[in-house]
Design a protein around this ligand. Structure first.
Ligand SMILES: C[S@@+](CC[C@H](N)C(=O)[O-])C[C@H]1O[C@@H](n2cnc3c(N)ncnc32)[C@H](O)[C@@H]1O
Length: 418
């Protein structure tokens, strides 16, 4: 047996887990928490607001430069603090909401500050940001949600950063009544339940278990109304979660796209069921909806059948981009990728296509800021930014950024014109 060898290097940090800290809470940070400092370390504090003094218990400490804590006692409250509407929102509670303890105006100020900070830090852009409210207030808006199931078969929601399932029967941010048929019965323990409450008032619930999906409640066809049209789509296909978000995103995207001519070619990348394309296809010559989900492409084909300029390209953006650029080079690109954004490489490739405008729809401000930075390197300037509070009570936002291609010196020099 070998003797243990003494190690050298940085001294081991004591584990702060369960330690109670007295904290002056600083600025909001991306992720639904605020930043505090204690004995030279950063503490990400949930359930607190900037400017407060709190007692916070450390919930997670992996020994790095930061740890996580929950504010459990508020010693000096910030003006925007309110009592959470939901009894499950609080230390040790449901992980779905981050800002139930802030009034709605304060929530939007916090989100605007996060978007501004991410743009500054990741894209070097200094900009005042406003987070716009959508109609309907902060409760009763959630039309799509995924629930877990407790060991005894009750639907529930997971605790923050945990697999524990809390038997949250009545989620106040869900559309009122939407969960009634879901919580009225039992489900298979370990399953997940995908719930869609459509604009026609029907709830669709699918049980997801070990890679299989079984529709248990509803017809499975969601009926929506947005962009002045009625839509029918398979319930699992992507649709905006807040009832007011589809129209808000479409109007911001149309504003960002600007003037279109009858010969203009538009790409609607990550086009879903064609929501944004539908609002552009009567003003452009050709609108290609690029989408990988077969449910969504089928829905786009059916819902946009009356718009001859719209066509569906089924495939992954990263795969079809080059051939599409050869056959149908775009004047304008709309890109609405999933939460992780385009990523540096793909943003660079999209920028290199040379469209005069790129409208980037994003639900993660950090991903948006990274993509804006990559598009800036490809020659685009952030012209306009709309930020919507499409997920009240949570830290999430929906952003619509319009980027305009900078003209090169050669393009600007009149002597180069023929
Ligand atoms: C945020 S949704 C946007 C949908 C649509 N623009 C809307 O507003 O309803 C992103 C969409 O991208 C699709 N998607 C995800 N990864 C993709 C990829 N690599 N290529 C093409 N589509 C993708 C998803 O299926 C989803 O429909």
């Amino acid at each position: 047996m070998s003797a243990s060898i003494p190690t050298t290097g940085a001294p081991e940090r004591p584990d702060w887990t369960d330690r109670m800290l007295d904290l002056e809470v600083g600025a909001v940070a991306h992720g639904g928490h605020c930043v505090a400092r204690h004995e030279g370390r950063v503490v990400f504090v949930r359930h607190a607001l900037p400017g407060e003094r709190v007692h916070a218990v450390v919930t997670e400490d992996h020994g790095g430069s930061f740890c996580r804590a929950d504010a459990v006692t508020v010693l000096d409250a910030a003006p925007g603090r309110v009592t959470p509407a939901c009894p499950w929102a609080g230390p040790g509670g449901c992980g779905g909401c981050d800002w139930q303890h802030a009034d709605h105006d304060t929530q939007r100020d916090l989100k605007a500050a996060v978007v501004a900070e991410q743009l500054s830090r990741l894209a070097g852009i200094e900009r005042d940001v406003v987070c716009e409210a959508l109609p309907g207030g902060p409760l009763g808006w959630r039309t799509r949600m995924r629930m877990a199931v407790t060991d005894d078969g009750r639907p529930g929601l997971r605790a923050h950063r945990s697999h524990e399932v809390l038997p949250v029967g009545d989620c106040p941010i869900a559309v009122r009544g939407a969960l009634d048929p879901v919580v009225a019965r039992t489900w298979t323990p370990t399953a997940e339940i995908e719930i869609v409450a459509d604009a026609a008032g029907e709830t669709h619930a699918t049980e997801l278990l070990e890679g299989t999906r079984r529709l248990e409640i509803g017809s499975g066809t969601a009926h929506e109304h947005a962009a002045g049209r009625d839509w029918a789509l398979p319930a699992p296909a992507f649709w905006q979660v807040h009832p007011g978000a589809a129209d808000a995103v479409v109007s911001a995207a149309v504003e960002g796209v600007g003037e279109l001519g009858a010969d203009d070619v538009v790409w609607d990348l990550y086009g879903g069921a064609g929501l944004i394309a539908a609002a552009l296809a009567d003003r452009a010559g050709d609108v290609s909806i690029v989408e990988s989900d077969p449910d969504a492409t089928a829905a786009a084909g059916e819902n946009l059948a009356d718009l001859p300029a719209a066509r569906v390209v089924r495939g992954r953006v990263e795969k079809v981009l080059d051939s599409l650029a050869r056959t149908t080079p775009p004047d304008v690109i709309v890109a609405d990728p999933p939460r992780k954004g385009l990523g540096r490489e793909l943003a660079g490739r999209i920028g290199a296509v040379g469209a005069r405008r790129i409208v980037h729809v994003a639900c993660d401000p950090a991903a948006l800021a990274r993509d804006v930075a990559a598009l800036a390197e490809a020659g685009y300037t952030l012209e306009r930014l709309r930020v919507f509070d499409a997920f009240p009570m949570t830290h999430h936002v929906e952003c619509v950024a319009t980027l305009v291609r900078r003209r090169s010196a050669a393009e600007l020099d009149p002597s180069n014109r023929t």
